[in-house]
Design a binder for this molecule. Structure first.
Ligand SMILES: *Cc1c(COP(=O)(O)O)cnc(C)c1O
Length: 388
């Protein structure tokens, strides 16, 4: 179906930060399949894990125990500071699980219309509930009626949240991204997440962080909430980089949120199957072994400094921002044609929120590859801004 407007290229193979198209042309990937292939393409540890598991067992269903799923759950919970994990197959499903958990939490407290606070500019997925949670009319248009039980507040605005708290006794949770991804790599004030944490504690709400894009070392820490003090969520969702391309999503919960789901309340046929869990185990092993959180932080600083030096004073560049390897150059005009122009130069980049050049390169970049991305993007943007 025509759900995508695709760029005119198709890739045949990849290795590390590089992709080759069917004609043999080579591309430097500064997008990682939208923050999915954090370990780059065809990482040997992940490929070997997939091959080995495919030869042993791919799927049995959640009617039975799945040892590798339990092991992955325990490991992920430990790293994330959570207690329990539900596995699905995508980001939207992980958020659906979180929203169902929040509603059940509310109903268990006697709240009849449990309401979740969401923010402007957010992205949470394309299912009916998650597109309702998403703060972007383009994602919602045509799919009304939207789902009940959401209120929206401005992003990065604690006062707005306090106002809502005073006026709405039906609120059960706040759902936010610690850094808005699709919304344009928007990094909140340092106190924003801890402010949400404090409000959630005062009001007995669940703090739900959508770390689907920010998680798994992308921002220079395992999870973006770890950049803030006292911002551990009650519920956290993961997907994208968790399987380095093998579909897997997870909804993690701790404390009072961890025991909300009972048998029969949620489920997934594919969720947490041995193949996906084995891939995710290999991803975690590799992130840990190669200390890629620290490496992402280092590379991010290098690239941010490179862009700031070279584009910081350029007319037409509104702002350059980044956290780890989530990098953005915001221009003063729409610039989606830059994606095609970059492709012609053998570089894969993204434009989001119309005017924001977004880079989400793999965490396994060499310094030279990082510099090549900075050079390429610098040239593209300067020539774009001078010919407009
Ligand atoms: C990509 C993304 C989603 C949706 O994930 P899918 O796997 O496409 O369903 C949700 N939230 C955030 C923050 C994302 O970046």
């Amino acid at each position: 179906m025509a759900t995508y407007s695709r760029l005119p290229v198709s890739f045949a193979r990849g290795a590390g930060a590089w992709l080759w198209d069917s004609a043999g042309n080579k591309y430097l990937d500064a997008l990682s399949g939208i923050a999915v292939c954090g370990l780059g393409h065809a990482h040997p540890a992940v490929s070997e894990a997939i091959c080995a598991q495919a030869g042993e067992l791919v799927h049995t269903s959640n009617l039975y125990g799945i040892d590798i799923q339990s092991a992955l759950g325990e490991r992920l919970a430990h790293i994330a500071g959570m207690d329990k994990v539900f596995f699905g197959n995508s980001g939207a499903e992980a958020n659906e699980a979180a929203l169902k958990l929040a509603r059940l939490y509310g109903h268990n407290k006697g709240i009849e219309v449990p309401t979740v606070v969401v923010t402007e500019g957010s992205f949470h997925g394309r299912t009916i509930a998650t597109l309702t949670a998403t703060g972007n009319r383009k994602v919602q248009a045509g799919f009304e009626p939207l789902v009940q039980g959401f209120v929206r507040v401005p992003w990065n605005d604690i006062e707005a949240l306090e106002k809502v708290a005073a006026n709405n006794p039906s609120i059960v949770a706040v759902l936010v991204e610690p850094v808005q991804g699709e919304g344009g790599i928007r990094i909140p004030d340092a106190a924003y997440l801890s402010g949400i944490r404090a409000l959630c504690d005062q009001n007995d709400w669940l703090m739900i962080l959508d770390e689907i894009q920010t998680g798994m070392c992308r921002t220079g820490k395992w999870f973006a909430y770890q950049h803030a003090t006292d911002a551990t969520p009650d519920v956290m969702t993961l997907a994208k980089a968790l399987g380095n391309g093998v579909p897997i999503g997870a909804c993690l919960a701790r404390g009072k949120a961890a025991g909300v789901f009972e048998p029969g309340k949620h489920g997934s046929t594919f969720g947490g199957n041995p193949l996906a869990c084995r891939a995710a185990q290999a991803v975690i092993d590799t992130l840990e072994r190669e200390n890629l959180a620290a490496r992402a932080a280092q590379l991010g600083e290098r690239m941010l400094a490179g862009f700031t030096t070279r584009l910081g004073a350029t007319a037409g560049v509104v702002e350059i921002r980044g956290l780890g390897l989530m990098l953005a150059i915001e221009l003063d005009r729409p610039c989606s044609e830059l994606m095609q122009q970059a492709l012609q130069k053998g570089l894969l980049i993204n434009v989001t929120a119309e005017r924001v050049v977004r880079l989400l390169p793999p965490l396994v970049l060499s310094d030279d590859e990082a510099d090549a991305i900075v050079d390429g993007v610098f040239e593209l943007i300067t020539s774009f801004l001078s010919t407009e």
